[in-house]
Design a protein around this ligand. Structure first.
Ligand SMILES: [Fe+2]
Length: 294
């Protein structure tokens, strides 16, 4: 995906005025080959028990109708957090997203800052995805098969999705954004189209889609993200008064809570602490329950 100055100007104008932006037709044949190789790597070389245990790779969601793979990629080695680095293919994949992120945060992206890239392939349509915000979910409870109660997370401000393939022709044919006052935006998202949106301002969902579709998503949880506590936990931790500490309420129909803007260093500390103290027991449970499919 090659971004020229005109794209960056449109992105800047739209994000500043609306909080979201679509750029059509950004995919060349070379790009498609690059993303196909990257997806192959995420599914094979970087998908094994060791990579999952280290949290370089995330548990794949695989069924007859869908396959999803997510990996953490950085340009250079991150001393404290796990990632794939020095890889020519994946480095090229994250480059445009880093360029966009530095533009909107007015800060260079550290070469060790990690981007989560995820590939989602729907072979024959997809179930609906309900309204949610994206994040690195650090603590949650499954209330039932469909209801997740989020307790702790790191939220990226910006989420980007590039559509690699889409045979769905009805409207909407991809992501639907909903602002907190209920206004929805359902841009048409065909192959090659790119969408960037503010994950704090908007909730996003995907309707039932009947035909094959493939996307790649980009998120960075390391670069000046937000820390999130669910309402219950926030009260338990006695974090009031909120304004004094920089906490703000985050409205959400399912997982309301509080967020606070944190520095990249603080985010690194939180993640490193989680990986050291909490992940090993969670990983043990994942293995016991055979949640990871290879
Ligand atoms: Fe999402």
């Amino acid at each position: 995906m090659k971004l020229v100055q005109a794209h960056l100007d449109i992105l800047q104008e739209d994000i500043n005025t609306k909080g979201w932006c679509c750029l059509p037709n950004l995919l060349s044949k070379e790009d498609l080959a690059l993303y196909t190789t990257a997806e192959e790597l995420a599914r094979t070389v970087y998908y094994n028990e060791n990579m999952l245990e280290r949290r370089v790779s995330y548990i794949s969601d695989e069924s007859e109708s869908r396959r999803s793979n997510a990996i953490m990629v950085s340009e250079r080695k991150n001393k404290e957090l796990p990632s794939i680095h020095y890889d020519e293919v994946l480095g090229r994949v994250i480059e445009p997203f880093n360029l966009i992120l530095s533009l909107f945060t007015n800060e260079e992206i550290s070469p060790s800052s990690r981007t989560m890239i995820n590939f989602q392939t729907y072979y024959s349509g997809s179930k609906p995805v309900r309204d949610h915000f994206d994040g690195e979910y650090l603590d949650y409870e499954m209330k039932d098969a469909y209801t997740l109660l989020l307790k702790k997370a790191i939220l990226p401000q910006f989420v980007a999705v590039l559509v690699l393939h889409n045979e769905n022709t009805e409207d909407p044919n991809g992501i639907v954004l909903r602002s907190l006052d209920g206004e929805t935006h359902a841009p048409r998202l065909d192959a090659g189209d790119f969408i960037l949106f503010d994950n704090i301002m908007f909730r996003h969902s995907v309707p039932i889609l009947n035909k094959p579709r493939k996307i790649i998503g980009f998120r960075n949880f390391d670069h000046n993200p937000f820390q999130f506590f669910g309402t219950e936990l926030f009260k338990e931790l006695n974090l009031h008064p909120i304004a004094a500490d920089g906490w703000h309420p985050l409205k959400d129909n399912y997982n309301p809570g509080y967020i606070k803007s944190i520095s990249s260093e603080e985010a690194t500390k939180i993640m490193a602490k989680f990986n050291k103290e909490e992940w090993p027991s969670k990983w043990k449970k994942v293995k016991e329950n055979n949640e990871a499919v290879f």
